[in-house]
Design a protein around this ligand. Structure first.
Ligand code: ADP
Length: 260
């Protein structure tokens, strides 16, 4: 990724933010937030960009835990929220604004209002790229977010399973309907490598996302295995690209950051 490379460089919707890139998935639990977090940190550390991370998954915000964010954002003199920074990434999440574990039961318009606050009501400073962890799915909320934020592009995350890929395809169609370019498809939980014998098991099927990307004429961004370290790093609030920066997995995330 290079600064200002994206399509909306002139057509800014958030002051000071050059490009806005969504990390999306057709369904929940496929590793969208994990990808958004590791990608954002890689863009900051490896590509040396000024990076923001917006957790737009307002119903299930996981960025505060995954990025080890504490407390509530401070308010600047111009009455905007100041993002909470960690690992070189400026973060904003509904999880930092409500009590931990609180159930968020808003309807659509309230969600859009909250997102408005979390984008334009924030003093992001100058950003080369704002990574948006989208809510899972391909409904109205996702369409409004894509349109209002004028996304430069979207990265789709999927497991190799047919059901997940079917939803991923819906995601691709949704973004093309609102003219958001697809940056590529990243396969998560591609295989599990036995720590004892080293053999790879393709738990959710083999190379499903690669084939889907080829069929749909999308860039295939790579495979991230199912690995204990990814889950434990996320749970501890230290993304794997920080805790194990030289691992094969961190290199794979770095390559995604460089390729989008
Ligand atoms: P989503 O945002 O799509 O709902 P998450 O990123 O929150 O998914 O991931 C769901 C769970 O799976 C989290 O506990 C996360 O740590 C774990 N996880 C995601 N990707 C992997 C992976 N490649 N290997 C192991 N655990 C993973």
């Amino acid at each position: 990724a290079q600064s200002g490379k994206g399509l909306n460089a002139q057509n800014l919707r958030i002051e000071g933010v050059k490009d806005i890139v969504a990390v999306a998935s057709g369904k929940g639990g496929v590793g969208k937030s994990t990808t958004a977090v590791n990608l954002a940190v890689s863009l900051a550390k490896k590509c040396q960009l000024r990076v923001g991370l917006l957790d737009a998954d307002v119903y299930g915000p996981s960025v505060p835990m995954m990025m080890k964010l504490h407390g509530k954002p401070d308010i600047s003199k111009d009455r905007k929220m100041i993002p909470i920074e960690n690992y070189g990434v400026r973060c904003m999440s509904m999880g930092s604004l409500v009590e931990e574990g609180a159930a968020i039961v808003w309807r659509g318009p309230m969600v859009m209002k909250a997102l408005e606050q979390m984008t334009r009501g924030v003093n992001w400073g100058i950003l080369d790229i704002l990574v948006v962890d989208m809510p899972p799915g391909t409904g109205d909320a996702q369409i409004s977010i894509s349109q209002r934020l004028q996304l430069s592009g979207a990265l789709i995350v999927s497991t190799p399973q047919d059901v997940a890929l079917l939803d991923a395809k819906r995601g691709v169609k949704m973004f093309s309907q609102v003219n958001v370019p697809i940056l590529g498809l990243l396969e998560n939980m591609s295989y599990f490598k036995c720590p004892k014998c080293g053999e790879a098991s393709y738990i959710f099927g083999k190379q499903g996302a690669r084939k889907t990307a080829e069929e749909m004429g999308m860039t295939f961004l790579g495979e991230i295995p199912l690995e204990v370290g990814i889950r434990s790093s996320s749970d501890e609030g230290v993304p794997i690209v920080v805790s194990q920066p030289d691992s094969v997995i961190s290199q794979a995330y770095g390559a995604v950051a460089e390729n989008i």
